[in-house]
Design a protein around this ligand. Structure first.
Ligand SMILES: Cc1cc2nc3c(=O)[nH]c(=O)nc-3n(C[C@H](O)[C@H](O)[C@H](O)COP(=O)(O)O)c2cc1C
Length: 175
């Protein structure tokens, strides 16, 4: 079996939870991307990068762009954790914005949002958006806006089953 590592960046713990579940399922290593050293990745065949989505950007994705040359020849997989739906348009937009011209598979997992546990700045931002969009017609709402309205004080959609497509993708690399 090829050797894999998951590098994650998580602000409130949702991506870390998925990364821990995935590392248990795959029996692979795990590290916070902020502590990762590119030189230590030489021993791995597969690098899995996971990050929470903030205003359309996947946390930690700059690591991939910065080290893309050093990682050439390795299997690279990215997963993003957000609160919007899993529809194809959403995933396509995330991919265009974050991976640009990189030919890397992107998996999207629905995460969690707990308004009262957010930092003051993030909570204020979410509340401003919630108030502003409450007046907006349903059809004019952006996916994140709609998700924030649906979230109310918060919700948790984390589910191990959402990891199955990633696990089966990685099993296919190995077979
Ligand atoms: C300020 C802020 C901006 C966010 N922007 C997005 C977004 O653009 N798209 C999305 O799907 N989720 C967005 N979210 C929701 C987070 O992606 C979600 O809470 C995720 O589970 C966080 O993962 P983490 O705890 O690992 O950082 C946002 C949350 C906050 C607090």
């Amino acid at each position: 079996m090829s050797k894999s590592i998951i590098l994650y960046k998580s602000k409130y713990g949702t991506t870390r939870k998925y990364a821990q579940w995935l590392s248990e399922a795959l029996g692979c290593d795990l590290n916070d991307i902020r502590k990762a050293q590119i030189g230590d990745l030489a021993q791995y065949d597969t690098i899995i990068i996971g990050g929470g989505v903030y205003a359309g950007s996947i946390a930690g994705i700059s690591f991939l762009h910065k080290h893309i040359k050093a990682l050439s020849g390795k299997n690279i997989i990215v997963f993003a954790v957000g609160v919007t739906g899993q529809d194809q348009d959403n995933i396509k937009n995330l991919k265009q914005r974050n991976l640009r011209d990189l030919n890397v598979p992107l998996f999207y997992l629905q995460g969690a949002l707990s308004i009262n546990k957010l930092s003051f700045l993030d909570r204020t931002l979410c509340k401003i958006i919630q108030r502003a969009i409450a007046k907006k017609a349903l059809e004019n709402r952006e996916p994140l806006e709609e998700a924030l309205i649906q979230a109310g004080d918060g919700f948790d959609k984390t589910d191990k089953a959402q990891l199955e497509p990633i696990i089966s993708y990685i099993s296919n690399i190995d077979s």
